[in-house]
Design a protein around this ligand. Structure first.
Ligand code: SAM
Ligand code: DTB
Ligand code: SF4
Length: 324
């Protein structure tokens, strides 16, 4: 992996400037690249919950920890479609399906089932995003052909901190999947989690890696750790809100054309903090009462917040009118 010194130094300069200067710079970049006041609403669905072989120390779905999340089978097409239609009715223009797998292989029955689900959901006119763990070139080609818009695969933290958080796969494994996804022509949704005991340097190193993707990630989710009891990170303290805002602003400046998505942990953020995050360049969020296994703010409260901030849910790309 090649990381340029220069990018890191530039990220440091951006991040460490006086907060209001940072916000001003981020806002200026944001207005050039995202002149509308739109926030993309993206609904998540866990299509295969729990029982995961991996030991990601933040995750409710790892089979290694007693978190109270039960392992379930892959959902039926009918049940997924019902949820996807509801998400569309509620104004989501993107539907993201997550599976608690280390990865998925061509030839597996569950891969075929997943492709079928993707083909059906693809008919609904929303962007289709999936996060299924590790994939190689063959799987990536088939996912793209089935209608996946974006593959979500987070690097989560810096290359240096990654092995403190996960031991069952490597940072390089994550990069290999991302390379296969990009090679197949899918967009990449890739970001990280704040609150894994990382330093500010780790956060900027994570951003540096994202800045070196070609093309840049289409979207960058910023998750705040949702501490899950039973996991090694259950007692992790929350990250200071100004550190969250600084990272969002730095991400906006460093990756001006990427969507910056407020992801997990919004239930712990006040309305004022979220307003600052949107001001600093966030232009998307997970929407709907549930993330994968943890709660998200109520959909009607989110719509009300957007209204208060004079922001609007982003419309469908294909001119379908928003139902809300
Ligand atoms: N198994 C697949 C994978 O690891 O890519 C997909 C599902 S995994 C749950 C997707 C992402 O959710 C993780 O990479 C992480 O960024 C985020 N995530 C999971 N648990 C979280 C938590 N407790 N708090 C914040 N983010 C979390
Ligand atoms: C992302 O960065 N965060 C989402 C989505 N991409 C797949 C997942 C958040 C999961 C939060 C913990 C849970 O609900 O289990
Ligand atoms: Fe499994 Fe993904 Fe959770 Fe890691 S983050 S334990 S790979 S579901």
């Amino acid at each position: 992996m090649h990381l340029t010194q220069q990018t890191y130094a530039e990220l440091q300069r951006i991040y460490n400037q006086p907060l209001f200067d940072l916000l001003h710079e981020a806002r200026s970049v944001h207005k050039i690249h995202w002149p509308h006041t739109e926030i993309q609403l993206c609904t998540l669905l866990s299509v295969k919950t729990g029982g995961c072989s991996e030991d990601c120390s933040y995750c409710a779905q790892s089979a290694r920890y007693s978190t109270g999340v039960q392992a379930e089978k892959l959902m039926s097409i009918e049940d997924v479609l019902e949820k996807a239609k509801k998400a569309r009715e509620n104004g989501s223009t993107r539907f993201c399906m997550g599976a608690a797998w280390k990865g998925i292989r061509d030839g597996d029955k569950k891969f075929e089932q997943m492709l079928e689900i993707i083909r059906e959901v693809g008919q609904l006119g929303m962007e289709v995003c999936v996060t299924l763990g590790q994939v190689g070139p063959v799987e990536a080609e088939k996912l793209k052909a089935a209608g996946v818009t974006a593959y979500s695969h987070n690097i989560d933290t810096s290359p240096e901190h990654y092995s403190n958080i996960v031991s069952t796969h490597t940072f390089q494994d994550r990069l290999n999947t991302i390379a296969a996804v990009q090679q197949a022509g899918m967009s990449v949704c890739c970001g990280g989690i704040l609150g894994l005991g990382e330093t500010v340097k780790d956060r900027l190193r994570m951003l540096e890696v994202l800045c070196n993707f070609h093309p840049a990630p289409e979207s960058v989710p910023i998750n705040c750790l949702v501490p899950i009891s039973g996991t090694p990170l259950q007692e992790s303290p929350p990250v200071d809100i100004f550190e969250i805002v600084r990272l969002i602003a730095t991400t906006r400046i460093a990756l001006p054309t990427s969507k910056v998505r407020l992801a997990a942990g919004r239930t712990g953020l006040s309305r004022e903090t979220q307003a600052l995050c949107f001001y600093a360049g966030a232009n998307s969020m997970f929407y709907g009462n549930k993330l994968l296994t943890t709660p998200n703010p109520a959909a009607n409260e989110d719509l009300y917040l957007l209204k208060l901030l004079d922001l609007t849910p982003a419309p469908f790309q294909n001119n379908t009118p928003l139902p809300i």
